[in-house]
Each structure stands twice: as structure tokens, then as C-alpha cells.
Design a protein around this ligand. Structure first.
Ligand SMILES: [Zn+2]
Length: 442
């Protein structure tokens, strides 16, 4: 048989094979349809992400030097966040985390009174975010109100940037610092990071086998101050008991800026079902994180975008569409993101997958994209308005040691008896003071 005969017969075989394969296009059509619908929703609601750690990388790698030619958010970066991909992902409101590491290398330390530089360092992070925004005035804008975030997105197309501080260790025991962070535009503070503080117990303490003491008395008073200020309480990183204690007393809805569901991935950084029920009562929102270790299924080799969908759907099935949002922790994870959800451009893929697997209405989808977070933020503002006649919580931490130089003992006594009342937490240290000439005269 000639080669030509072979070729003709092979072609015939291929044609027969082709006609026997039925490609089901309905699935592809459905995904394309949902992608188009998602783009339509973006005209009314942005993607909102409550946790991104890009500012810490600018601190770590550039020592806050924005003049360094390596700093260019307009170009594709190796990391998980840049302006091109934020746009591609439909992001219209991004909370940047102003995280500073705990002040002691031993994260289980309990000495909260040693002087440290955490407040200075946090202020630098607030400052660097504002400087980054200033560098891209046509693409980003700083917001401190929920309504402004949405208005800016709809009217200018810029990405609204808001601030969060990740741990009350960053107020260094003082509610005065919390108030000043609010003045600077910070709109949520996480109650703990991976360490306890005078306000609350962190989940890592419990993971280390230590007692879950929940909120302290000072922590309870702090929650009142959060409510009075309109500062959102963030319960990511805290212990189970701290979550319960806070949800018991807060007047405003809470957020979890980057936590997933414990029932899907049994890590104590995630939220257990009993707490999810309390979040429903409270009107709060759990913003699902994409950190692989917190979303990966037991025994699986890697985390995938479908794992994140499962976390979202677990929360939806348990407490409804009103209480779930997105809190990636992009550029804050020590690994790459889950497969298929590797950077800020991928939110549309996640949302479309959620849509595909449910009979969600357009409004349900808008809620998880961003409306839930905007609603909670606005409600915190309303609670603050209702408390505007209340005085600031003037308490200071009872464990604080007040330390003064010896020469202060010569100050006039305006408040007789205060020295005895405060003696137990009052230290006088001697100084080698420079003597001015007139003091040496007889
Ligand atoms: Zn974190």
C-alpha cells in the first residue's frame, strides 16, 4: 500500500473521530456569561480587600526609600500586588496593613512595659502609605470614610486606600495612641497579632498550650473606645475566647480582616462555627484569607482557589451572604498564593467560581465583593455618631510603671497625696544632669 493511501485513510479516521466527539459547550458558556455579568457588577461595586501587607515589604526591602528606582508600582512586580494587577482584579478599595512585628523576639513574652519603638515604626508605616498614594495621585486616593471609598471609586475610578494596624501591641499599652491612630486615618486595629498584649489573648498563645484568658478588663474598656471612635474592631489573630468576649460587649459590628473558616481548615487562626453564629447576630463580616496554611484541606499537597471558594461557601451556608468578604493577606504570606489565586488580579476568577457553584443573586455577589465590608464600616461610623457625647476612655493600663527623673521630685506639688496613691507604680531614677551656671551660684 502506498504512503498516499495511508495518509488518506488516516485523514478519514480523524474525521470519523472528530464527528464522534461531542464537546459540551454549556459549561464554557456559563463561565463566560458569569465573567461578563461580574464585569457589569464592577460598574456599581468594587472588589474590597481588607488586608494587604505591601507597605511592610517597602519597609523591609527599601527601608522606606521611595526614591529607590526599584520602587515602581506601575510596573509588574514579582510580588502579589501592583497597580496594573489591582485594576485587573477590579479592586476599588484596598486596606493596607500597617504591621510592625511584636516588640520582643519571644512572641509569648508577657512583659508589656519595656520601652520599645513600635509606635514610631507604626507611624512610619502610616506615613509610607500616604507617600505611596501621593506618588500616584491619578490612580490612588486616601479615604477615611466608607461612603467616600465608594464615591471615589464610582466617580474617579481611582483605587481607594484605607489603613489598618495589625495588633494592639502597636499602641504600646496606651489608648491615647489608639485615638491618635484614628486621627491619622487608621480605620481598623486588630486586637492582637501573634502575641498577647495588655488588652487580649492571641490565638498563638493558645496554640502554644497556654491559657486562653480572652479580653482583659482593660481590653473591655478598649472596646468601648473603639466603638466611640468608630474604629473597626478586627478579630483576626485573636484567641477563641477573645472573639467571644468581644462579640459579647461590642456595640458595633466587627470584622475579621483576614481569617477563614475553622470547620474547613482546622487552624486556630480561623473562625469556629459558634463564633460565626455570633458574627451573624453582631452583623459583622469575616473576610476570607488566602494564606495557604489557613485554607488548605487536611492532607492536601497544596492550596487552591477552590479551597478559598469552599471557605466562602461554608460561611455563606452557615450564616448567609451578609457576613463574608475578602481579606487576602497578599504580600503578607511567606509563600505564593493558592493555585489559581496567586495575586491581586485573580479576584474575578474567585468570585465567578463562587457564583458558578451557587444560585447567588447579583446582590449576593455584590455583598461578598465589597458591600458587606462597606456596610460594617458605615455602621461603625453610625455607632460612633451615637456616642459622640461620651468622653474618651481616660484609663491607662494598670500594669504600667511610670518612670521619672530624680529632679522631677522638685516640681511643685499641685496634687497633695498623689505621691502616696501612686507610689506602687511610680519609679524615680537618678540622672547626671547638666548644671546650668546660675544653678551653681550661691
Ligand atoms: Zn496577619
Amino acid at each position: 500500500m502506498s504512503d498516499l493511501g495511508n495518509i488518506a485513510r488516516y485523514k478519514q479516521h480523524l474525521d470519523e473521530k472528530k464527528s464522534s466527539v461531542r464537546i459540551d459547550t454549556s459549561f464554557v458558556d456559563m463561565v463566560e456569561d458569569l465573567q461578563i455579568k461580574f464585569k457589569d457588577l464592577l460598574k456599581a461595586v468594587p472588589v474590597v480587600d481588607t488586608h494587604n501587607d505591601l507597605p511592610y515589604l517597602v519597609r523591609l526591602q527599601l527601608h522606606l526609600d521611595l526614591d529607590d528606582e526599584k520602587f515602581d508600582l506601575d510596573s509588574p512586580l514579582i510580588g502579589q500586588t501592583d497597580l496594573l494587577r489591582l485594576k485587573e482584579g477590579g479592586v476599588g478599595l484596598q486596606f493596607f496593613s500597617c504591621w510592625i512585628e511584636p516588640p520582643n523576639p519571644d512572641e509569648l513574652y508577657q512583659d508589656f512595659d519595656t520601652a520599645n519603638s513600635v509606635v514610631r515604626d507604626t507611624l512610619e508605616q502610616v506615613d509610607i502609605v500616604k507617600r505611596i498614594i501621593r506618588k500616584y495621585p491619578n490612580k490612588m486616593t486616601f479615604v477615611t470614610k466608607a461612603d467616600d471609598a465608594l464615591k471615589e471609586y464610582l466617580s474617579t475610578g481611582k483605587i481607594s486606600i484605607a489603613l489598618g494596624v495589625e495588633g494592639l501591641h502597636q499602641v504600646d499599652t496606651s489608648l491615647a495612641v489608639l485615638r491618635q491612630y484614628h486621627e491619622l486615618g487608621v480605620r481598623y486595629v486588630t486586637l492582637t497579632h501573634n502575641c498577647d498584649n495588655p488588652f487580649a489573648t492571641g490565638c498563638t498563645t493558645v496554640i502554644a498550650g497556654k491559657e486562653d484568658k480572652g479580653l482583659t478588663d482593660y481590653g473591655r474598656r478598649a472596646i468601648k473606645e473603639f466603638n466611640r471612635l468608630g474604629m473597626m474592631v478586627d478579630l483576626s489573630h485573636v484567641s477563641h475566647q477573645t472573639m467571644i468576649d468581644t462579640l459579647d460587649i461590642t456595640k458595633a459590628p466587627v470584622i475579621f480582616s483576614h481569617s477563614s473558616a475553622y470547620s474547613v481548615t482546622g487552624h486556630l487562626r480561623n473562625v469556629k462555627d459558634d463564633v460565626l453564629q455570633m458574627v451573624k447576630e453582631n452583623g459583622g463580616v469575616v473576610c476570607v484569607t488566602f494564606v495557604p496554611g489557613f485554607v488548605q484541606k487536611p492532607g492536601a499537597k497544596e492550596a487552591t482557589i477552590d479551597d478559598c471558594v469552599d471557605h466562602i461557601l461554608h460561611i455563606v451556608n452557615l450564616i448567609g451572604w451578609d457576613h463574608v468578604g475578602l481579606g487576602s493577606d497578599f504580600d503578607g504570606m511567606a509563600s505564593t498564593g493558592p493555585k489559581g489565586l496567586t495575586d491581586v488580579s485573580k479576584y474575578p476568577d474567585l468570585i465567578v467560581k463562587v457564583w458558578q457553584k451557587t444560585n447567588a443573586t447579583e446582590n449576593d455577589i455584590k455583598k461578598i465583593m465589597g458591600l458587606n465590608v462597606l456596610r460594617v464600616w458605615e455602621q461603625c461610623e453610625l455607632v460612633a455618631e451615637s456616642m459622640e457625647n461620651e468622653d474618651p476612655v481616660g484609663d491607662t493600663w494598670e500594669g504600667r510603671n511610670w518612670s521619672f527623673p530624680e529632679w522631677c521630685t522638685r516640681c511643685s506639688v499641685l496634687y497633695p497625696g498623689s505621691d502616696k496613691k501612686n507610689a506602687h507604680k511610680h519609679t524615680i531614677y537618678s540622672t547626671q544632669r547638666f548644671n546650668f551656671p546660675n544653678e551653681t551660684l550661691p
